[in-house]
Design a protein around this ligand. Sequence first.
Ligand SMILES: [Zn+2]
Length: 411
Amino acid sequence: MIYRARWVLPIDRAPIRDGWVETDLDPDVVRAAAPGRILAVGGGRPPGAPEDLGDVALLPGLVNAHTHLELSWMAGLVPPAESMDAWIRELMRVRQAGPAGGESDVTEAMARAAVAMHATGTVLVGDISNTLVSPRVLTHAGLGGVVFHELIGFNAVDPAGAVRAAWDRVARAQQDLTEAENPLSFSVVAHAPYSVSPALFREIADRRRATPLAVHLAESAEEIEFLRTGQGPIRQMLEALGVWTDTWPVPRTDPVQYLASVGYLQPGVLVVHGVHLTDDNLERLRDARGAIVTCPRSNLWVGGGPPRLSHFYGSRVPIAIGTDSLASTSTLNLFDELAEMRRMAPEVAAGALLDSATRRGAEALGFGHDYGTLTVGKRAALVGVATPAGTRDVEEYLVSGVPADAIRRVA
Ligand SMILES: [Zn+2]
């Protein structure tokens, strides 16, 4: 099967005007199994009779590297806040009250959110999961990616036992999955420095497997203050929750050094948010071969402040993109996230933003060999975006906020 389109964006090279992608998909065979592979990519005359998609930009399926599908039922329930402290308090209040319709509301909202992601061009997801419901939800929606089974425990009594139990739950979740057509891998990860004890961090890092670690880091100014001084709104919150302990050694350091001190600054570690990382922090993260997952709309919503996008891109740390959950953003559509990034950082090239939404995301989740670019041998997970006739700069157009109904899955 050959697809011809006004624009082809292989991502590993410049956009091709009037290009085509040849795949091993057979138009006469309806497949339930995995999508095919890319056989060739080019411009000019295609090697056979193509399906002509017309005024469409063809690009690799996108990667949403940070979501919490489990929070989908909170869509619209936790309004934007001035500070992260205020936002988290409201989130906890809503969570405590629970959804009107109980557990079925939770799973239905997750399923709707996953279907919407698929429909808006996402193929791989990095989903944070506390309950491990999401593997099934992702699989049903035709999505692959990484399920990050997240642990919380500021005062964990038995860190080794907690991590062992978490990996056991992962093993059961994997067994429950029927033959998935999309690849799904698993990791056990820590939530954040203010919710996970140093011992639990170390235990998680020590028992890490092939899939990358992830952690919420430097999301708010309050977190930086807490790591430096052990004081501030986060300390007050931990005390109010009854989990503060005087045995917690105040690190008196920055977030990246803190990760290093607990053995968590490993190659491939995904630092989610990183809003308050300094240039020195970014350099250290780059040298450690970590990556950032930026979620700009969520950062603004929760009062964490705008991420320093031009510094991120200037640092040469690989930058992937996430939407975060529907509790802190209005859609899980990655094109909406790209539009916000373009608005925040007009100085960052549109091509670099698209690279983050595809190749960098796939690499960050450990799927760079199969996804993220239109390269011979990779999966033919193709997304088409209708482009207005006469579009001159297709990369700029794609980060300008394309309407959801202009996006479709091609193969
Ligand atoms: Zn998150």
